[in-house]
Write a protein that binds this ligand. Structure first.
Ligand code: SF4
Length: 520
């Protein structure tokens, strides 16, 4: 896929996840944190498998869970493009629109702060003070950029519009109406699910829709009531839609709004959603766990395990008999025989249980799945079957994976691109073949040199043994976190955090002394 054809599904910017640690005594002044994810920036493209590799404890599982918002994100943005912001109408957009004037002023102040910090950095002579000034400038630049991105995502080209005030008022009005429309649409969906359930229950009893009308009066009344209610809600929705169209028509010719529409980013910042809003998107964003033994409820049958999510997300009503066929189809696509439907998890092998876990996730028709060490607990012979199943499903359902593993061979086999993590940071990211043949970060080089090989034709490669333990994520080393174990480290590495840069097209790395990459 050429770079320009790729569509970003999830954009992660400066993501941080810190876990606070309880104070060990009342005299301890400083609150300490485990810095599990520290300033991670990357794009995940639609339809790709992005592998994430690193030693245990490097923060890869935390990243998978944080971007799914299973952990609260400490800082940064996680923008999801699989759902339209207008369809969700999240509350945070309203908050930004309401305080647009103040935010715009704050943006100007942060810009000034950034420029001052840059001048201070430039004026310092080489040495420690310059390093510190650089860190201060980077912090100021990040603060400005974060607010700029937050605002520009919502109001897009309005940041360059002259008449910001009047335009933002109209936008706010439109947004308030849109929020109402979204509520009604949700209600219509829910009513439809219930209605389908009642109809399917009646059809199950052997009655067609026309027979139903003549038949049980109670059932007919129930359906009529739901249908009437639906018509009423649809009527309300259409008058709201007219109101929105009216507002839009009023500003259609306004040049500022043209800029607004053109520069508008319709992604949803998952980190800013309310619990309720995130619950709605949960269906789209799934997780497959490492341990197929503990991730399945032992008291539920396979059918119940798969149906739980379908009911919770109102894909089916409790009364809808069509769910059985749907579950059997999903099981079939995951290589599970239909007669397994009434069995319990303990009656299955590890590989089969992992298939059940996968079926539970894909039944919801997600866009994106985090596979967290999804094959690590399985026998090697079973691993390849599960990997092939995941690849088949990805192809069929157009899924996108974040595949987390400590196993470099598994990652190489399944991934289109690979990110390498060390102590909470992604230190290198590139297309799989590029990364494995031309590593540019010393840590990647060390990891790759340690992969055992059975290929006798391969030249004896130099094995780079990683010395020392992984430092503590509570007080990580200053500058480049890898400097305590890196054989190429120099003074600057101990003082300045290396910038995350695109060293070659699509090949990102954070290192002051990038390796050129060995030729094949
Ligand atoms: S920045 Fe320095 S210490 Fe860090 S990986 Fe690069 S060479 Fe090694």
């Amino acid at each position: 896929m050429a770079k320009k054809d790729k569509k970003v599904l999830i954009r992660i910017e400066n993501l941080k996840k810190y876990f606070p640690i309880k104070k060990s005594s009342v005299f301890q002044k400083e609150l300490l944190y485990v810095r599990a994810n520290d300033d991670i920036t990357l794009d995940i493209y639609e339809g790709e498998t992005l592998g994430l590799v690193g030693e245990s404890g490097c923060g890869k599982s935390t990243l998978g869970r944080t971007l799914l918002q299973l952990y609260d994100q400490t800082d940064g943005r996680t923008i999801y493009y699989g759902y339209d912001i207008d369809e969700l109408a999240p509350r945070y957009v309203m908050e930004i629109l309401e305080s647009l004037g103040e935010k715009y002023k704050e943006l100007g102040e942060l810009k000034e702060k950034e420029e001052t910090a840059f001048k201070a950095y430039e004026s310092k002579p080489d040495g420690d003070e310059k390093y510190q000034a650089l860190e201060r400038y980077r912090a100021a630049e990040k603060e400005y950029r974060t607010l700029f991105l937050d605002l520009s995502q919502i109001v897009g080209g309005l940041l360059v519009a002259e008449n910001l005030d009047s335009v933002s008022k109209t936008l706010l009005k439109e947004y308030q109406v849109s929020v109402e429309a979204v509520k009604l649409r949700k209600l219509i969906n829910e009513e439809n699910v219930i209605l389908d359930g009642i109809k399917s229950q009646l059809e199950e009893k052997g009655k067609t829709a026309s027979e139903i009308e003549k038949d049980t009066e109670n059932d007919v009344n129930k359906i009529t009531a739901y249908e009437e209610n639906l018509r009423k809600i649809e009527g309300e929705l259409s008058s709201i839609q007219n109101e929105i169209d009216g507002l839009r028509n009023r500003y259609k010719d306004h040049s500022d709004f043209e800029k607004y529409e053109k520069h508008r980013d319709k992604g949803i910042n998952l980190a800013k959603l309310t619990v309720e809003e995130m619950r709605f998107l949960r269906k789209d964003l799934q997780l497959i766990f490492q341990d197929p033994y503990s991730s399945l409820n032992p008291r539920l049958t396979v059918g119940q395990i798969i149906s739980e999510g379908l009911y919770a997300h109102r894909v089916f009503a409790k009364t809808d008999k069509n769910i059985t066929d749907y579950i059997l189809d999903t099981m079939d696509s995951c290589g599970l025989a239909p007669y397994f439907v009434h069995r319990y998890p303990h009656q299955f092998s590890g590989g089969q249980r992992q298939r059940i876990g996968i079926a539970r996730s894909v039944a919801l028709q997600p866009n994106f799945i985090v596979c967290d060490e999804a094959v690590s607990a399985l026998d090697v012979s079973i691993q390849s079957q599960i990997i092939n199943l995941l690849l088949d499903l990805k192809e069929k359902e157009n899924l996108t994976y974040l595949f987390i593993s400590h196993d470099l061979s598994v990652i190489k086999y399944i991934s289109d691109r690979v990110g390498v993590m060390y102590l909470g940071n992604i230190v290198e990211l590139a297309a799989t073949a590029e990364l494995y043949s031309h590593p540019m970060h010393p840590y990647t080089e060390a990891l790759l040199s340690a992969i055992p090989t059975t290929d006798v034709t391969e030249d004896k490669k130099e094995i780079y043994i990683l010395e020392g333990d992984v430092p503590s994520p509570i007080k990580p080393p200053s500058g480049c976190k890898f400097h305590t174990r890196c054989k190429y480290a120099t003074e600057i590495c101990t003082k300045v955090v290396p910038a995350w840069e695109e060293a070659r097209p699509g090949h990102f790395v954070a290192c002051h002394h990038k390796l050129n990459g060995k030729e094949d």
